[in-house]
Design a protein around this ligand. Structure first.
Ligand SMILES: [Zn+2]
Length: 194
């Protein structure tokens, strides 16, 4: 086994792996038929404050096929990152100073929400430069535009002081990821923890 990275030793330990794995697991619940994304918000002392996945707002009928097609889905679907913040608000929990774990680099609208809610750090699994849909066959057409959007998110995070961190650990359970692989992206075999 290779030595853990310094950032794992100094800041994350196994908590980072635990919460990132949880973000993928939560994403499995996504109502979005194409994109399964989850987000987990945790306090500085490792308490889960909120989770969210892609889906319609409460009470909105998500059985109508037309609402799942572009461009309608853009107006009906809440991204996981925003949903996790709103779910915290729904139960009166503050996310100020919390960290968010999520697979993809947040889009600009989610970045605004993250900044304005007081979240201090975003840990993302996929590279920002590759944007959403890295290595996936499903979202190839979105890859380049999303990468450009991610640059706008990055600019806002930099100016606001929200830290972003590329995830460097291992995911705990490769079966969870395999379920998501149909719509996300396959992971190299060596990245899966036995
Ligand atoms: Zn978003």
């Amino acid at each position: 086994m290779s030595d853990p990275t310094p950032i794992e030793n100094e800041f994350f330990g196994s908590w980072s792996e635990f919460f990132m794995t949880m973000a993928f697991f939560v994403g499995m619940k996504s109502k979005d038929r194409l994109t399964k994304v989850g987000a987990v918000i945790v306090s500085p002392n490792h308490q889960v404050v909120s989770v969210g996945y892609c889906g319609f707002p409460r009470g909105i009928n998500d059985d109508i096929d037309q609402r799942h097609t572009r461009p309608s889905k853009y107006f009906y679907t809440l991204h996981a990152e925003r949903n996790s913040v709103y779910n915290a608000l729904y139960v009166g929990a503050s996310v100020k100073g919390c960290w968010m774990y999520t697979p993809w680099y947040p889009c600009p609208v989610c970045a605004q929400t993250i900044i304005q809610s007081g979240i201090s750090r975003v840990i993302h699994y996929y590279d920002r430069e590759n944007g959403m849909g890295q290595e996936t066959n499903v979202n190839v057409d979105l890859r380049e535009p999303w990468a450009k959007l991610a640059l706008e998110s990055d600019q806002m995070f930099c100016e606001s002081g929200v830290m972003t961190e590329k995830f460097h650990g291992k995911l705990y359970r490769d079966p969870i990821i395999q379920v998501c692989n149909g719509v996300l992206s396959p992971l190299p075999e060596e990245e899966a923890r036995p």
